[in-house]
Design a protein around this ligand. Structure first.
Ligand SMILES: Cc1cc2nc3c(=O)[nH]c(=O)nc-3n(C[C@H](O)[C@H](O)[C@H](O)COP(=O)(O)O)c2cc1C
Length: 325
């Protein structure tokens, strides 16, 4: 399938694997890229320029297809070495960066002068327009359904995507709640030129996470995510568990008094415990409502082939039948 997104990134299928902390390692990104999508290494999981350079080299050993790096810009007392990470990306010859969080304007000249295409993840139309204004090449429009940080507007993709299509000139992909061929075809119908998936890619054979994480997604329904940290205006959609319910109790009890320190035990440093050790009650971890649409743990190749095959049938058979009527 050809879209402005496949052309922009030089990929076969308009399917992107979004950056995911402690999931977006070389194995994940290479599997997605080898299957014709765009795999993405999560920069902050590596943390230092040296480790990121090593992870990019490992990924290159596993695929000769294009892959990207996610750079998430978070407000932080001791920020990561962003200049070093950006320079590493440029030096390594990676040609796609997915930015998220704060405005990436500061880094665009350095990246784009080196031929890197930048796709910025946005949870609103106004942020998408801002990304377009500052010169981003594409946008990933992340609806309220998404795993991770949906922002504070709570607009689901059935509204957000057509609104983005009405306003944007640069190409965009849908993100949040995407799982299968229906997601892709609906996204195309609403004006997107591809889709980004997070949660769905964790439940694959190649995802480099503990089996307990995959089974938790498989067992979860669309009712099992919760929004945490809303009082801090840092809302995150996570899979519910004991730690999450405890955190929500604290939020309720403390109201406007709540500070990050009060919930640090439930959210800080929990990713290695969950993703690597499989200690599922260790804390809050991002997961989308789309867990309800995950029924199996296929290989990435099987997943992407299935999506593309069924998308073709949806368009040429199911939709064509209505068009003829
Ligand atoms: C476990 C997990 C970790 C994530 N970590 C990041 C991250 O570090 N940076 C980022 O930009 N997005 C992160 N995301 C968001 C994804 O890139 C993607 O936008 C989101 O998962 C899309 O929604 P979906 O899960 O419904 O597919 C994460 C998502 C999950 C599920």
């Amino acid at each position: 399938m050809k879209t402005r997104i496949t052309e922009l990134f030089g990929i076969e299928h308009p399917i992107i694997q979004g950056g995911m902390h402690y999931v977006g390692l070389a194995e994940m990104a290479a599997a997605v890229s080898n299957a014709g999508g765009l795999g993405i290494i999560t920069g902050l999981t590596q943390g230092t320029p040296e480790k990121l350079a090593n992870e990019i080299a490992r990924c290159r050993d596993m695929t000769d297809k294009p892959f990207g790096v996610n750079l998430t810009f978070l407000p932080s007392v001791t920020p990561p070495d962003y200049p070093g990470l950006v320079q590493t990306i440029v030096d390594s010859g990676v040609k796609v960066v997915e930015t998220a969080g704060n405005n990436p304007a500061k880094w665009l000249p350095q990246l784009q002068d080196a031929g890197v295409k930048v796709i910025h993840k946005c949870t609103s139309v106004r942020h998408s327009l801002k990304a377009q204004d500052i010169g981003c090449d594409a946008v990933s429009v992340d609806g309220f359904e998404c795993g991770g940080h949906p922002g504070e507007d709570d607009i689901p993709n059935f509204i957000l995507l057509p609104r983005a299509a009405d306003e944007l000139e640069i190409p965009f992909v849908s993100s949040g709640g995407m799982a299968d061929a229906r997601s892709l075809v609906a996204s195309l119908a609403m004006g997107a030129e591809g889709m980004n998936m997070g949660t769905r890619f964790i439940a694959t054979k190649e995802a480099p996470v503990h089996e307990n994480v995959k089974q938790a997604i498989l067992a979860a329904s669309e009712l099992d995510t919760r929004l945490v940290m809303r009082p801090l205006r840092n809302t995150e959609r996570v899979l519910t568990n004991e730690a999450v319910e405890r955190l929500l109790e604290k939020e309720k009890a403390m109201g406007a008094e709540l500070k990050f320190e009060d919930i640090a035990g439930e959210v800080a440093g929990v990713y290695p415990k969950i993703m690597q050790e499989g200690t599922m009650q260790a804390g809050a971890w991002s997961c989308g409502m789309v867990a309800g649409l995950v029924y199996d743990i296929p290989s990435v190749q099987e997943l992407i082939d299935r999506i593309m095959g069924e998308a073709d049938a949806l368009i040429s058979q199911r939709l064509a039948q209505f068009s003829a009527a």
